[in-house]
Design a protein around this ligand. Structure first.
Ligand code: SF4
Length: 426
């Protein structure tokens, strides 16, 4: 159980046969990312420029967190805006100024585009430029959360991409590590302790918890992706001179060890120091996973494309829990970011990219998996047909990365199987 995953690309039969589909898709839009981003960046406000539908989506996605001073809202585009009877730019400036006057604690305001704002071609980058001139003590940025041809985790990618030009320039000679991708604070703290124990630093995180402590970037920056859906952010960081450390993603005991090992190798950490830092938490993770082995081993799993986490999750479930992979669908397969993941999938796995939901539903029904990972819209109908399901979005909202979360991650997949067994007995 302590063997590492390869961190260099290799050939795998399953990558040569990717089924590419274009058709109707069943995914949330990028606005959903605000649910975890507003928790992470603690002095940011997300102003969605959208319709009542967008407002309803956010309210139901984040319903449990609506409290006195929320840090997101929707500037609703009314019919008179759509009909050109009102100047949408003037309205937007008025609403943004109102929010900033009410909330002096806000240091970054994100104007978040939506399908309606894109359809009426409201230029939010110009709006941000304009507002930055009048609100000089706040950083005003914009990105798109639209659901047109995108999937929900791209909201985070676009948000972080918009932050990259704002990052301070690091001195050319300064070598530092940047961990890229939102992680729950508890997970981030665990990684900080592990990097400290290895003597590896300085380490910065993007996004930072605070708008005023953005990580510096420059030629000496090596970055490590914590999430597999950050293609645009990675490109922007490389434009600023940063270089990616190839690694699998930190899911499960082996995935986390290999992810940390890739950083340790890039920074010349000795084997002894690495081992001393990771041996205890790795042993805890392996022990935690063992508890779920019986429940998951040999169970057949089918992934619908949703969060873009599907391939690293499938690798973890296969290698560390013994699950059999039927189909692993992902909205997009970023080959170079998955170069340490794809070769770990068994050759029998059907990989699919994009979606044609009807064809995929047919394949899923034919395969009769023990567990199906899919979006909320598909889960209930599939449950009604007798299939056990796991909501993909839960895997993004829950802290699952790192050694200490390995058992919790396995539990997320074991729970629906347990529930199915209990219902069957009754
Ligand atoms: S951004 Fe588009 S897909 Fe998302 S809630 Fe608004 S209208 Fe719907």
């Amino acid at each position: 159980m302590t063997a590492e995953l390869a961190t260099t690309p290799a050939e795998s039969d399953c990558t040569t046969d990717i089924l590419r589909e274009r058709g109707q898709r069943e995914v949330f839009c990028g606005l959903t990312g605000i649910v975890w981003l507003h928790r992470k960046i603690q002095d940011a406000f997300f102003l969605i420029v959208g319709s009542r539908t967008c407002a309803h989506l956010m309210q139901s996605a984040a319903g449990v967190m609506i409290f006195a001073e929320p840090r997101f809202a929707t500037a609703v585009i009314e019919e008179r805006d759509l009909a050109g009877m009102a100047d949408a730019n003037e309205e937007l400036d008025r609403v943004a100024s109102q929010v900033l006057a009410r909330r002096p604690d806000i240091k970054t305001l994100f104007l978040v585009g939506s399908c309606p704002s894109e359809v009426i071609k409201l230029d939010l980058s110009r709006a941000a430029e304009r507002l930055n001139k009048t609100h000089t003590d706040v950083r005003i940025l914009n990105y798109s959360g639209s659901g047109i041809e995108t999937t929900f985790t791209e909201g985070e990618d676009f948000c972080l991409e918009s932050l990259v030009p704002e990052l301070p320039q690091a001195p050319a000679e300064e070598r530092s590590l940047m961990v890229v991708g939102s992680l729950a604070d508890v997970v981030e703290d665990q990684f900080i302790r592990l990097f400290d124990a290895m003597g590896l630093g300085p380490v910065h995180f993007l996004p930072a918890r605070n708008s005023e402590t953005l990580p510096p970037v420059g030629e000496g920056t090596r970055y490590l992706l914590a999430q597999p859906f950050l293609g645009k952010t990675a490109q922007a960081l490389e434009g600023r001179g940063a270089k990616r450390i190839a690694a699998p993603f930190p899911l499960g005991a082996k995935g986390t060890e290999s992810w940390l090992r890739a950083a340790a190798d890039a920074f010349g950490v000795s084997d002894e120091r690495f081992e001393a830092a990771v041996s205890a938490p790795r042993a805890r993770a392996i022990k935690a996973l063992e508890r779920y082995r019986e429940a998951l081993e040999g169970k057949r799993i089918f992934f619908f494309p949703d969060s873009q986490l599907e391939i690293p999750l499938a690798r973890m479930l296969h290698h560390e829990c013994g699950m059999e992979l039927l189909e692993v669908g992902s909205p997009y397969i970023h080959r170079s970011h998955l170069d340490c993941e794809l070769p770990q999938l068994p050759a029998s796995t059907q990989l699919s990219e994009g979606q044609h939901v009807d064809s995929q539903l047919d394949r899923c029904r034919d395969a009769k998996p023990d567990l199906t990972v899919c979006g909320l819209g598909l889960a209930n109908p599939l449950e009604a047909e007798g299939l056990s399901t796991k909501w993909a979005i839960e895997l993004v909202f829950t802290p699952i990365q790192g050694f200490e979360q390995a058992g919790d991650l396995a539990e997320l997949f074991a729970r629906p199987l347990r529930r199915r067994d209990v219902l069957r007995v009754k």
